[in-house]
Design a protein around this ligand. Structure first.
Ligand code: 13P
Ligand code: SF4
Length: 300
């Protein structure tokens, strides 16, 4: 009930301001189901941002997602309700680090996970998401690639391809918390449970799980396979959102919250729309190169 005022106000403001809300799968259910126009994983949000027709895009997610939307649809006003919504992966690497990696590995293409700043994307050959990483690696037709900055994503993808993958030491602060022991304990406590793990989890966790994929792929898996009981080893709100769509599936919920995703609330979405804040811009000096790396990914 306490949400209804904000939801009503946001729906009105969206119309008045010709705005759409893009929300990541990790947003809380009142945002995901209550006010979002488009929901999805990082790849889907990037694709959808490209074709938004409204004047304003409110990105209910983290900063790199808003930057990617601005890169792909630069004419639009892109707002993020809290500028502090960052990401431990985005913070794990600098353009100088990439320059050193290139120097140490001459000629090896740099594939950058979208969970990075525009400056990092600009220093890269191509981007990837957890939904297309293997396809991007294999699209380049080379023996060796650098996949940065997520060590675990790179190591998980390396097991699915013959291409040699060098990586970096970045980790997602949410997914790195899951352990193979957690998986064993879940199986003991819930015999027959299906365990899905995001590829940002450590490789031994992915090994112990039944299936691994991006947030959208996990959500589709639940819809397609209708497991009796399922665990999603990923950010906490994901299960809440998917459970609403599949009331016939029972969800076991270990809860690791992303503090960055959780900075976005109905209250600050309402404020963002009412006060036109906080506008996300990309330095023109890097925008063209960053856009090229993202667009190259989207052609694959
Ligand atoms: P995907 O939704 O692309 O799987 O990304 C997960 C994530 O951690 C985004 O911050
Ligand atoms: Fe970054 Fe992990 Fe939070 Fe996603 S869940 S925004 S990867 S810290």
């Amino acid at each position: 009930l306490s949400f209804s005022d904000d939801i009503e106000a946001i729906l009105t403001l969206k119309k008045e301001r010709n705005a759409v809300i893009l929300a990541h799968n990790y947003q809380t259910p009142e945002i995901f189901h209550g006010v979002a126009d488009i929901v999805g994983d990082s790849l889907a949000l990037a694709r959808e941002a490209m074709t938004v027709d409204a004047d304003i895009i409110v990105l209910a997610g983290v900063h790199f997602m808003a930057e990617t939307a601005k890169l792909l649809n630069p004419e639009k006003t892109v707002l993020i309700p809290d500028m502090g919504a960052g990401c431990s992966l985005a913070d794990s690497i600098t353009p100088e680090d990439i320059a050193l990696l290139r120097k140490a590995n001459p000629g090896v293409p740099v594939i950058t996970y979208v969970n990075t700043s525009a400056a990092i994307k600009a220093a890269s050959d191509i981007c990837c998401t957890s939904g297309n990483a293997k396809r991007v690696v294999e699209s380049l037709g080379v023996q060796k690639v650098l996949m940065i900055p997520d060590e675990y994503l790179a190591r998980n993808i390396a097991r699915e391809t013959d291409v040699e993958i060098l990586t970096w030491k970045g980790h997602c602060e949410v997914h790195e918390l899951f352990t193979a022991d957690d998986v064993r304990e879940l199986r003991e406590a819930h015999p027959g449970v299906t365990i899905l793990a995001h590829p940002e989890c450590p490789p031994d966790v992915v090994d112990a799980a039944d299936f691994s994929g991006s947030t959208a792929v996990m959500s589709n898996y639940v819809g397609d396979h209708k497991p009796g009981k399922v665990v999603l080893l990923t950010e906490c709100s994901m299960s809440d959102n998917v459970a609403v769509q599949h009331p016939d599936v029972s969800f076991v919920r270990p809860c690791n919250l992303c503090p960055h995703m959780k900075r976005i609330t109905l209250g600050n979405i309402r404020q963002a729309l009412a006060e036109n804040r906080h506008e996300v811009t990309v330095d023109p000096a890097i925008a063209a190169d960053a856009r090229r790396a993202v667009e190259r990914m989207l052609t694959i």
